[in-house]
Design a protein. Structure first.
Length: 490
């Protein structure tokens, strides 16, 4: 049965070793750097148990009779895929698209385990069991794949003291040591899937690193070193000043494996470079995962388009040609991503064992395009907003000051809106695009789905393998065949 919000918060008090500002966090849900975001996640869990207009789209009963999130259903038809996307949209709307990782994100990975457990031979029973656990309890899983940035010119085995590798094998499992660059929301998860994700494939010499396994976030020896918390920075401020930073900071942490024991039952790939390399592409993991990425990104663009429209209205510029051009462009991008998500669901790829996966053409296109589009959207909003983002009082207190208020009311008002309403909107917009939280949103969209080069090149790789490249070349040939040195041939 899906956890309730209270059960989720309690599950985070498992002795996990999270560090921030040099201290080990005693109780994550009670710590000022994490409590609001943890509380938001708990609210997501509660929404599964609360009857409302969202219930039908959001929930699903697993084959084992558990109340679950509908995105965990293995799709066998187009309709199932569309329903997965609809369920993800319900939660994405609750955080306006600003949280890349919520418990439904990794439903895509869970599905890949459940749809094709045979891929993980000889660990197929682990894949099956983990799918059922993740789906039945809506466990929060994230992944960590990228190695620390010590020296990108080296293969894992050439940096023997850095990357996660086996240091000892035992009858009941193995011990790993090393680190992973970053796990978004890792501090809020129940467990993390550890694998190798790099532009350079693992070679046979990297067999100690050729692993895929799941580790509980509270496992002894696992340390999570948090980046600066935007929630903590906004702690003493009114939500009026930091409405997004203060509740949707999903955090990112470096994971350090200081001799962590991994039992065989949590193992999916062991010392098998070929399988560890094929894991993401072959098991349709990227397609299943990035459906969430696409739904969330489209939701975020819907929100940013709304922000931009309201900014232009409040500035009295919505009728001006240059502004209309920019607002129109943002709307076009939003619609394009909604269309890619629809296409991903309505033109699925066949998957193993009678399943279907979101179309690889649509998914890999949106994965490559989102990192290019997001900085452009930020730019367009800044162009339309101009210096308005800087004509913002330092805090809600300024509006509450009897001395300042008459001036603020006169000089900060907008077109058809009083000063308080205008400042409220613009502070929200600045938190979305300009604060440390807002800037990290761009970095996230740019990188979270993979290396900036590979996310584009993967489209070529797929086209080379699915016949599209021949079709492109043949199409040009049709044109070339229409004429020669002597004139028209057709
Ligand atoms: C906000 C944020 C959240 C993230 N969350 C997660 C997470 O939850 N889980 C997770 O696993 N990862 C996460 N990541 C990591 C993310 O997947 C990587 O940042 C991304 O895959 C790019 O890899 P990289 O950072 O190692 O950059 P690199 O791959 O090192 O690329 C940096 C630059 O170096 C060049 N380069 C590096 N190596 C090579 C090479 N061998 N050949 C050619 N060019 C090369 C690239 O072209 C690029 O220009 C997150 C990243 C960010 C920024």
């Amino acid at each position: 049965m899906a956890l309730t919000g209270a059960e989720y918060l309690e599950s985070l008090r498992d002795g996990r070793a999270v560090y921030i500002r040099g201290e080990r966090v005693e109780s994550l849900p009670d710590h000022p750097a994490f409590s609001r975001a943890a509380g938001f996640m708990a609210g997501l869990y509660d929404s599964l148990h609360t009857q409302g207009p969202h219930t039908k789209a959001l929930t699903w009963e697993t084959e084992r009779g558990s109340l679950s999130h509908r995105s965990f259903r293995i799709a066998r038809t187009r309709r199932h895929l569309q329903e997965r996307a609809d369920a993800m949209r319900v939660w994405a709307r609750m955080h306006f698209g600003f949280m890349g990782r919520t418990p439904d994100y990794k439903s895509g990975l869970a599905i890949s385990l459940g749809a094709w457990p045979e891929f993980f031979d000889p660990y197929q029973s682990n894949a099956r069991r983990w799918y059922e656990r993740l789906a039945d309890d809506v466990l929060f899983l994230n992944h960590v794949g990228v190695n620390p940035m010590v020296d990108r010119s080296k293969q894992p085995h050439e940096l023997p003291d850095v990357n996660v590798r086996v240091v000892k094998e035992r009858d009941d499992g193995f011990i790993v040591r090393g680190a992973k660059l970053v796990g978004t929301a890792a501090v809020f998860t129940h467990c993390n899937l550890v694998f190798s994700f790099s532009p350079v494939p693992l070679s046979d010499k990297d067999s100690d690193h050729a692993l895929v396994f799941i580790v509980p976030t509270g496992a002894p020896g696992l340390k999570l070193i948090s980046r600066p918390s935007y929630e903590l920075a906004a702690k003493d401020r009114s939500p009026f000043d930091y409405p997004l930073s203060s509740r949707f900071d999903e955090n990112d942490a470096t994971l350090i494996f200081d001799d962590v024991f991994i039992p065989w039952e949590n193992t999916l790939v062991y010392r098998d470079a070929e399988k560890a390399n094929r894991f993401f592409p072959m098991a349709q993991v990227t397609q299943n995962l990035m459906l969430h990425g696409g739904v969330r990104f489209a939701t975020k663009l819907r929100f940013l388009a709304g922000l931009l429209v309201r900014i232009a209205q409040q500035n009295g510029t919505i009728g001006l040609r240059g502004v209309r051009v920019r607002v129109g462009e943002v709307i076009a991008w939003h619609q394009a991503f909604e269309a890619l998500v629809r296409d991903a669901c309505s033109n699925p790829d066949p998957g193993p064992n009678g399943t279907v996966a979101p179309s690889h053409r649509a998914i890999f296109a949106l994965r490559a395009l989102a990192p290019m589009v997001y900085p452009k959207i930020r730019q367009l909003i800044e162009e339309v907003g101009g210096g308005g983002f800087i004509q913002l009082p330092s805090g809600a207190e300024d509006l509450l000051s009897a001395e300042l208020r008459p001036f603020i009311d006169r000089y900060y008002r907008g077109t058809g809106v009083d000063a308080e309403g205008r400042i409220k909107l613009w502070k929200l917009a600045w938190d979305a695009i300009g604060t440390e939280f807002g800037a990290r949103q761009e970095l996230f969209e740019r990188h979270y789905a993979g290396n900036v080069d590979n996310v584009r090149m993967d489209n070529l790789f797929l086209a080379e393998n699915n016949g599209d490249l021949d079709e492109y070349a043949g199409f040009v040939q049709e044109c070339l065949d229409g004429y020669d040195l002597h004139g028209w041939t057709q």
